[in-house]
Design a protein around this ligand. Sequence first.
Ligand SMILES: [Zn+2]
Length: 401
Amino acid sequence: MNNDLQDCYAILDLKPGVPLEKVKDAYRELVRVWHPDRFAHDPALQQKAQEKLKLINLAYEKICQVNVEEYDNVASGKAVSFSSNKSIQPCESTAPQPSQGNPPSYLLVLFAGLATTALTLFGVHWINVNYPDITVMGYYVEFIIPVGAIGVGIVAALGYGIVSWASGIKIVRGVCWAVIFFQVCAYCGAQYLEYKHAMTQYPQLHWSFFEYFDRVTRLFVWKSTDSTGEGTHLGVWGYGCRALELIGFTLGGLIVPAVLMKKPYCDKCRRYMKYRSLGLVPGSAPEKKVKKADTAGQAAAKAEQEAALASAQGLLGMLRQMAAEGRADDFQNAVKPLKIGNKASLKLPVRYRLGMSSCGKCAAGSLRIWEVTGRGKQIKQTELPRTDASPEFVTGISAKK
Ligand SMILES: [Zn+2]
């Protein structure tokens, strides 16, 4: 166990390696002890409590993360170095445990993905043969982003995502590696198909596949949509295009599986969780234009922002507690005045987006919070640690319109 992790246990006043249930209890207790609302009378103390709480959250997050990884390793039969912990369980251990049955069949997911890949590549080939002017894979934006290849990659890999979603067979890291491998194979296979086709068109040419590939690659030409002139051949730079195409096609195919892999999942029911938006919490005061020379005004604005942030964090802490304790009504009442899409909140420099991921079958779920900053194209969202919601909370919130 590394020192980092030991520190995390120390922050929670725990001996390293205690069962996760204990970690959870200790965490809940510490959150109650250090809740910023308890120090509302003393801003300095409140500040300290917030910092402490941040540390506690980070430590808890880290321990959970390591435990989930250990759990994954145990589940996949890999050697585990951190074996002093005998009750290794994922953090959602209050949620029902994985059901005992046949292991999910990833073959079904892989087979579906390969089927859509084959269909897509035959489609692209058909377009190439029948409409030689259209090079589906060859569309680039800003000369470097192979949108054509990415798009084809996404469509080709749709089968993995669709079947995983519909059947509830979770995408795991191994599936993602398989997707990468098959996408690369499919790209190469498509090139070979094109070679075979070209050779039937020009039987007088006795080129090997590599000869053909090399010549075609060097003959790549930039065609601009706004100029009518023929471009020059790229020569050896054509290989750069090939590389971009291959990367675009492969990573494009990985987009949907990667999103699914990150999606909250109910281990017991073997299905992806549904997401429900719960509101927007202001995280700062409205921006004010204060002249740089106006030091008093600057200080006042800064103090106002700090106070707003402190109250937002206090509110978030309270909401987390309500979710963990199953107080759905209290939660609803607290977020009711903070309607989603509230224009004033959307304009704030910092706001928090709230949502709940929950299983559609059982009452497992978690409260999710994103810190949102910036506007328009500069919008940035960072997810904060998730809070396991109690079953009463999940059913209470789900019952409401
Ligand atoms: Zn479930």
